[in-house]
Structure formats: structure tokens, C-alpha cells
Design a protein around this ligand. Sequence first.
Ligand code: NI
Ligand code: MN
Length: 226
Amino acid sequence: MKVSYHGHSVVQVKTDKHTILIDPFISGNEACDLDAGSVEADVILLTHGHNDHVGDTEEIAKRNDSLIVAPNELADYLGNKGLNTHNMHIGGAHEFDFGKVKYTQAFHGSSFTEEDGTIIYTGMPAGILLTIDGKTVYHVGDTGLFSDLKLIGDMNDIDIAFVPIGDNFTMGPEDALIATDWINAKTVVPVHYNTFPVIEQDPEAFVSKVKTGNGLAMKIGDSVDL
Ligand code: NI
Ligand code: MN
């Protein structure tokens, strides 16, 4: 399968049969190379309800008839719009036809802000472990550092982990380095930086300091084969 990075926290996983899009924040994300009007997705996986993660989910899902997998309250919110959803929650795993999804904890918030400013609370934020054909992708989600990352690393054979380094809203580089030691992934990719001035970071400086696993600063549109 092919795993590609598209700026902020946008990750795409392509297998022979399925295209899976994680946190498709495309419109309003200058760092994204995808086009919300043409991107394909059989499945959209969401970590939490913040607009920089839900992004263009509604438009993409309507056009592709995608299945949206999300934490329960966020899935309810999107399901009420008539979208095709599968509700999950932290600690739960499910086998889908495209692979296995397990939701992990994240220390953050989760709400969706409507165009008129109304804030809809969307439950707990999460991370996602996606396993397909024996390969595991860990999208850590938006989170601060927490010590159960070590447990997640011990319990799972993680091939590639997408770790936030932006600071301010999530872990910054120093904490993310500790996280990478605990997650123990074969490849570590920094995400959630440089989208806005307040989360400016140097991804090359970060990956040069990664001790556990191969630090890889993927450029927007880059992909790796697993
Ligand atoms: Ni967030
Ligand atoms: Mn975010």
C-alpha cells in the first residue's frame, strides 16, 4: 500500500482496492496539494471534530459516497447530515473490508465550529491505528504527550507514525521526540506544523533528532510504500 502526506494532518492510504483519507482539511489549507472537488475516497477516517481535521469531509463524502469512520459524537453529527457513518470510540477496534481501525486516546478537545460561529461539541478526540495487510499506520491525532503512548508502542508493531510537532495546540518537537521513543515506529513523520504562523516548526531539525525509528520529513505530496 501507498501512504502519502498532504500537509497539516492529511494522510492518504491507497491499497489495490481502497482509498482511505484521514483528516481531509483541504479548503483553506494552503499547505495541501489535493483538490476537494476531485479527490477520491472510499473511506474517510476522522480523529476529532476540529475544523482543521473534519475539513472537506462533507463534500468529499457526498461526491464519493464515502464511509466516514469517526468517534461516536462526531459520527452522530455527520450522520445527521445524511452522511454514511460508522460510529466508534476510544479503545474500540473494528474490522472493515478495507482493514482494521482502532481508536486510541488523545489529550485535546473536539468540537466543530459552524459557519455562523456556533460550536458543536463532538465528544472525545482520538488517534487512529489503521492495520491493512499486516502493516500498521498510527495517526496520533492532535494530542499532548501522554505516557500511554509507550503502551500503544509496546502493544503494536507500528510501521509508520504521524506525530504532531507544531506546539501550541499539540505536542511540540521536544515532547514529540519523547513520544517517538515510546511509539517505537519504524518510520516517524512529523505533521501539524507550518499551516499557521503559531505552529511554525523546522521538520528537518526534528527528524535529525529522532532516535527511535527513521525520522522522515515528508514533503507535501510525498508517498512511501509499505
Ligand atoms: Ni484539533
Ligand atoms: Mn488540529
